[in-house]
Design a protein around this ligand. Structure first.
Ligand SMILES: Nc1nc2c(c(=O)[nH]1)N[C@H]1C(S)=C(S)[C@@H](COP(=O)(O)OP(=O)(O)OC[C@H]3O[C@@H](n4cnc5c(=O)[nH]c(N)nc54)[C@H](O)[C@@H]3O)O[C@H]1N2
Ligand SMILES: Nc1nc2c(c(=O)[nH]1)N[C@H]1C(S)=C(S)[C@@H](COP(=O)(O)OP(=O)(O)OC[C@H]3O[C@@H](n4cnc5c(=O)[nH]c(N)nc54)[C@H](O)[C@@H]3O)O[C@H]1N2
Ligand code: SF4
Ligand SMILES: [Mo]
Length: 727
């Protein structure tokens, strides 16, 4: 359970679809019986976009008798290429989830007890408008923050910024990719992007630092990973755990957790000392080589072995191999990189290594991508705020969500009074649950827009049920990618229950909030007007699903003069911007706390069939993996008298106990000083009838955060757990 073998994980396909509509426990999602699905003919196929994660693959939703019975990968969409990951295939498990939010809810206090009451849309939106008006009149629009994750947030952002609110934050920054973005910006002048601009398919030598591709199931990236493997790409997986990717690798380096910067510095040292880096590329395009060389002189393989536990000869071998493959070698920048609080520096080390390899805009390397050209809609200019939120972290390019929590808890006139939350389950997402909950309790007003009764909705004053991605239009998707594309999300079926598309909710709110002309009457009018500007029509895009441009200028030509968007116009191996603000201009290794006796470092990650907590209640995907397990090294576990398969509670360094027990899995595939679990389980909201009490939540145990002083991200990997059998 939880691990798929070498063969399975690359079959991103529709193989298990046949069984996917009928589930255990007699729960039937569609009117069709098991086995029938493959032979069914659809009445129509709707070309739209997946939202079971944030990759947004193109999907074909097959509809019969007004029901979605099958979801397949769209052939022409560059992110799916006709294939989907297991989650995308099971998206109708969300659409037909009987536990979905069905109508707006309003919290009412009766005789000192607060509970949710069913409300009409008119009541709910009137209440939101009047509470926001009271709060902004008293404290200014600067006292309201919006948290969001997901594509559907766009019209809510338009609405709130037109209203004068300009504090927007997403956990995909401070709890995920932020350090990577800032480190690559500091080095190359631009971030890595999402979807990432990496040429994995053409890579000849790929080093993964944690990034557990194959469990981290971003569709196109895994497709490229399998192409690379088929073409003989040599892979090095650096991970305290034998991940699925490690199972595909030539070399697994079971590094001591938290010591990656030391390893990366040693590779930089060897590449420079042995002149294995791309000398011409660096001479032409980078600054700071001699200072870099000096700064990493102490990172000898011998010292690095003592820190990381990686044998000297392995450190040297990988460095030499990296040098040998130079332009076609890639050190993957990772994605969820908020680990130890020095994450921007670790990402800087990764960026520097890639620069030394000269793989920038080279086949198999790091790419810069383009967007499909389409002008924005002419919304009225948002009001300028007089007191714009300013982060205390000098390189926070976006607002770290945890900083909004801190600022809400602070006793200052500038503290936040209301949160508008769209599509993010902050209770399981931000770490340091106690502070998040305290902040939620302190706020005067909380709105949550969600599809499910997730934990966060329990803290809201008003809960708005959005319909799922299979029941709505959203904005046009035109993110930068290797092949610039423009894709549509459109409804396959009408919204179920009394749920509504985000656009309609935002439009309804705009009328109540004194902005009656902000949005056009229908989203179709909005989409049509944007498409018309580029000589296309909505009907055309609805039929095709996606417009794709050919890739152009992905690779640099010989002797091409490049300019980078950095102060020097060059790649900055040494960052004076960091130096000016008092940070190390070249990444240094600092030691992280060791396990207290009897405790294990808690690590966490992904499973192919789940996205965080958002799929745990999905009957189709839940069938594939109903609960998470705790990976414990077999020898270390036996020393502690743990039995394989038994259920245990976890207790962390702050004496916080997991709310639910987790099943132990003793395995040789993990270092003895760490344990690992998949994030997204251990839900406790009784309204989540399938997910409730299944597995345990890592988030409950992440009470300690190491905040990155450079950009404010929250390192979560310095938490430690031990076991108890007591409930
Ligand atoms: N199926 C599925 N796929 C997903 C998602 C999902 O929810 N489900 N979420 C998507 C999102 S938003 C993101 S950000 C990505 C995240 O995916 P990644 O960026 O791949 O996530 P990581 O946290 O880097 O990877 C976790 C791995 O890092 C290892 N690790 C932990 N600590 C250390 C350390 O100190 N050093 C090293 N070298 N390794 C360590 C863990 O053992 C684990 O194998 O996945 C994306 N893809
Ligand atoms: N402990 C711990 N914390 C983490 C991580 C971890 O691995 N462990 N991972 C980090 C990473 S990489 C990331 S990116 C973040 C992700 O954190 P979140 O974005 O908070 O991810 P989810 O927990 O899936 O919460 C998504 C919420 O959106 C709702 N939702 C789903 N679809 C829709 C929709 O169409 N409309 C609306 N309105 N709502 C919808 C879901 O029901 C759910 O409540 O978490 C970060 N925090
Ligand atoms: S990677 Fe999977 S879940 Fe994410 S958008 Fe693509 S098909 Fe959907
Ligand atoms: Mo993420």
């Amino acid at each position: 359970m939880g691990v798929i073998n070498r063969r399975d994980f690359l079959t991103i396909s529709s193989a298990f679809l046949a069984g996917s509509t009928v589930l255990g426990g007699g729960f039937v999602l569609s009117p069709y019986r098991q086995g029938e699905v493959t032979s069914l003919k659809s009445d129509k196929v709707v070309k739209t976009t997946c939202e079971l994660c944030f990759w947004r693959c193109g999907i074909d939703a097959h509809v019969k008798d007004g029901k979605v019975f099958k979801i397949a990968g769209q052939k022409d969409h560059p992110l799916s290429n006709g294939k989907l990951c297991p989650r995308g295939l099971g998206g109708h498990g969300l659409l037909y989830d009987p536990d979905r939010l069905k109508h707006p809810l309003i919290r009412k206090n009766v005789n000192g007890k607060s509970s949710f009451h069913k409300a009409t849309w008119d009541e709910a939106t009137t209440l939101i408008a009047s509470r926001l008006s009271e709060i902004t009149e008293e404290h200014g629009p600067e006292s309201v923050a919006m948290f969001s994750h997901g594509f559907g947030a766009s019209f809510f952002k338009t609405l709130l910024s037109a209203y004068g609110i300009d504090t927007f934050t997403a956990p995909s920054y401070g709890q995920c990719r932020g350090p990577r973005t800032e480190a690559f910006k500091l080095t190359f002048g631009h971030g890595v992007g999402s979807p990432e601009g990496l040429d994995i398919a053409n890579s000849k030598y790929l080093v993964l630092i944690g990034s557990h591709l194959g469990e981290n199931m971003h569709n196109t990236q895994v497709q490229e990973f399998s192409q690379a493997i088929a073409k003989g790409c040599r892979i090095v997986a650096v991970d305290p755990r034998f991940s699925t990717a490690a199972g595909k690798a030539e070399t697994w380096l079971p590094i001591k957790a938290g010591t990656d910067i030391a390893l990366l510095r040693s590779w930089i040292h060897i590449l420079i000392e042995e002149k294995l880096y791309d000398e011409d590329f660096i001479a032409e395009n980078a600054i700071g080589l001699s200072e870099l060389k000096k700064s990493v002189r102490d990172a000898t393989p011998e010292k690095t072995f003592a820190i990381t536990g990686i044998p000297v000869e392995m450190i040297v071998k990988v460095a030499r191999d990296l040098g040998r493959y130079q332009n076609q070698a890639l050190v993957h920048p990772g994605r969820h990189v908020t680990w130890y609080g020095d994450d921007t520096q670790r990402e800087r080390a990764i960026a520097i290594l890639n620069a030394l390899l000269g793989n920038y805009r080279a086949k198999g390397g790091l790419l810069s991508q383009k967007t499909y050209p389409i002008p924005k809609y002419d919304f009225p200019k948002p009001k300028k705020s007089s007191r714009k939120f300013k982060s205390v972290y000098p390189f926070a390019g976006s607002i770290p969500s945890n900083e909004i929590v801190d600022r809400t808890l602070a006793d200052s006139p500038e503290s936040f009074k209301a949160w508008f939350i769209y599509g993010t389950n902050l209770i399981h997402t931000l770490g340091d649950q106690k502070s998040t909950i305290e902040a939620l309790r302190k706020l005067k007003f909380v709105v949550a827009v969600d599809v499910l009764p997730m934990e966060i909705t329990g803290y809201a004053d008003v809960v708005l049920p959005e319909c799922t991605y299979l029941e709505r239009f959203d904005d046009l998707d035109a993110r930068a990618y290797k092949k610039p594309y423009l894709a549509i999300r459109q409804p396959a079926v009408k919204p179920l229950f009394d749920s509504k598309p985000g656009f309609e909710i935002a439009r309804m709110l705009s009328k109540k909030m004194g902005l009656p002309d902000l949005f056009p009457d229908k989203i179709e009018t909005y989409l049509e007007s944007r498409l018309k500007k580029i000589g296309h029509s909505l009907v055309e895009l609805q039929e095709k699903g996606v417009f794709v441009n050919q890739d152009s200028g992905l690779y640099r030509s010989q002797n091409e003069k490049m300019r980078f968007d950095t102060p020097s116009g060059k790649i900055e191996l040494v960052s004076n911007k960091l130096r000016e603000k008092g940070f190390d201009p070249v990444p240094k290794y600092t030691q992280h706390p060791e396990n207290p006796p009897g405790f294990f470092r808690l690590l966490f990650g992904r499973a192919p069939m789940h996205t965080f907590g958002r799929t745990a209640n999905n009957r189709i995907l839940g069938e594939l993996m109903p609960e998470n397990e705790l990976w414990v090294n077999a020898v270390a576990g036996q020393d502690m008298k743990l039995k394989n398969g038994e259920y245990l509670y976890l207790v962390n360094q702050d004496n916080i106990k997991s709310k639910t027990p987790i099943r132990v899995r003793l395995t040789q595939r993990i270092r003895p000083d760490v344990v690992f679990m998949v994030h997204g389980f251990g839900h406790t909201d009784p309204r989540l009838k399938t997910a409730r009490n299944r597995g345990a939540s890592d988030a409950d145990l992440i009470s300690h955060l190491d905040v990155d002083p450079i950009m404010g991200g929250t390192g979560m990997n310095n938490n430690f757990v031990t076991f108890t059998r007591e409930a």
